[in-house]
Ligand binder design. Structure first.
Ligand SMILES: NC(=O)c1ccc[n+]([C@@H]2O[C@H](COP(=O)([O-])OP(=O)(O)OC[C@H]3O[C@@H](n4cnc5c(N)ncnc54)[C@H](OP(=O)(O)O)[C@@H]3O)[C@@H](O)[C@H]2O)c1
Length: 369
């Protein structure tokens, strides 16, 4: 029977390379990221399309890790490996970050990966599985101008050590990956030049190191050992290291791209946006049919913490839904408000063409999100 690997951040960069390497080695995979077209493209590239479950999901949404584990078990029945490769880097001084920028860094790099581990624990115990946390050199030598990114990476590095010690008795391996500089869109997305191509490893190299670490059940992966060594030396001389990364931003790739350099005359660049973020902007009408259907309920959903990711997974199930079942699945012991919201959501999804009313309070899924 094929082994199952969950990969977050599978639409691009390191996560995508891991997904491809895992498929080539015969794994069944659950590929998670926000950009569905890129996940579809990944699935379409492979002849073994039945080996891929794509899950378009925002890891900032509450409950996302539980949805991922449920989707993996429903589709493949087992979880052997988890690779937490989703991430975004921040830009700006750490003392200038908004609450949501701080939240994003810790949610994406620390909370979601740890919650995914927690949700998958029984399944990982059953397979004596392995979990990968992707760190960074900045976990040991923080780089100024990256918001809370360095702090979040330091936290996950520390958490990986705790988890490794605690889970050893269950036969679960916890692996910390220092990828070094990698040639992906990661830094450029945030308006930085990124490391020089000569020093940046191709994502495939990191992916191959991760797949090798599965075979050898390794606890640490240093994909570019000389870079890890240099960071280790920097950690021994923190003041010198701080002076160097501040004076020479090219070392960490944090020099601003010319088009994004901020001057009094030029406004800050438009950030890259995603469908969910577009929908959150009231002035722009959403073009995403799901957001359009749920738009009037967005505030209530946010208040009661009914996530968009939950709805997407619901529509993936392609079965008949009842208000009771959905409310139980979402809230466990739903109260009056929660039941009312589920009812209104099911009605809105029917009006939006995702569900068909079958009578007796039943709804058939007729379209995925
Ligand atoms: N590249 C480097 O030089 C470097 C160096 C050290 C460490 N790292 C670490 O390596 C990991 C992967 O980086 P990368 O270089 O592969 O970056 P990348 O090419 O930018 O890919 C990042 C991935 O994360 C996904 N993602 C971002 N926000 C998400 C969210 N809210 N919910 C779900 N998925 C989300 C993105 O997919 P969608 O946009 O489709 O959601 C994408 O698939 C990150 O943890 C990063 O910190 C990278």
């Amino acid at each position: 029977m094929a082994r199952t690997m969950i990969i977050t951040g599978a639409s691009a960069g390191i996560g995508r390379a891991v997904a491809i390497a895992a498929l080539e080695q015969g794994y069944d995979i659950v590929a998670v990221a926000r950009r569905q077209p890129l996940l579809d493209e990944l699935a379409a590239t492979f002849a073994r399309a039945d080996a891929i479950e794509t899950l378009p999901l925002d890891l900032l949404e509450p409950g996302a890790p539980a949805l991922i584990v449920a989707a993996a078990l429903r589709r493949f029945g087992t979880i052997d490996v988890i690779v937490n490769a989703a991430g975004v880097v921040a830009a700006g001084g750490i003392a200038e970050q908004s609450d949501s920028a701080l939240h994003e860094q810790f949610q994406l790099h620390v909370v979601a990966p740890l919650a995914l581990l927690r949700e998958a624990l029984p399944a990982l115990q059953a397979t004596r599985g392995q979990v990968f946390f992707i760190g960074s050199g900045v976990a040991r030598v923080p780089v100024p101008g990256l918001g809370a990114y360095s702090a979040a990476k330091a936290a996950i590095r520390n958490a990986a050590r705790s988890a490794r010690t605690e889970l050893r008795r269950y036969g679960i391996i916890v692996t910390y990956v220092d990828p070094g500089a990698v040639d992906t869109e990661f830094m450029r997305r945030a308006g930085f030049a990124g490391a020089h191509k000569r020093f940046a490893a191709p994502p495939k190299r990191v992916a191959d190191s991760i797949l090798r670490a599965v075979q050898r059940r390794k606890a640490v992966v240093n994909a570019s050992p000389w870079q890890t060594f240099a960071v280790g030396v920097g950690a021994l001389f923190p003041s010198l290291a701080q002076a160097v990364v501040t004076r020479f931003p090219a070392i960490a790739g944090t020099q601003r791209l010319p088009s994004t350099k901020m001057t009094a005359a030029s406004p800050p660049p438009e950030p890259l946006t995603y469908p969910a973020e577009e929908a959150a902007r009231p002035e722009k009408p959403s073009r995403d049919p799901l957001d359009a259907a749920l738009g009037p309920l967005a505030r209530r959903m946010e208040r009661l913490k009914l996530s968009r990711g939950f709805i997407i997974a619901l529509l993936e199930s392609k079965t008949t839904l009842t208000m009771e079942d959905v409310a139980l699945r979402w809230a466990g012991m739903p109260n009056k408000n929660e039941r009312a919201l589920v009812h209104d959501v099911l009605e809105a999804l029917s009006d939006g063409g995702f569900l068909e009313r079958c009578g007796d309070g039943r709804y058939a899924v007729v379209r995925t999100a």
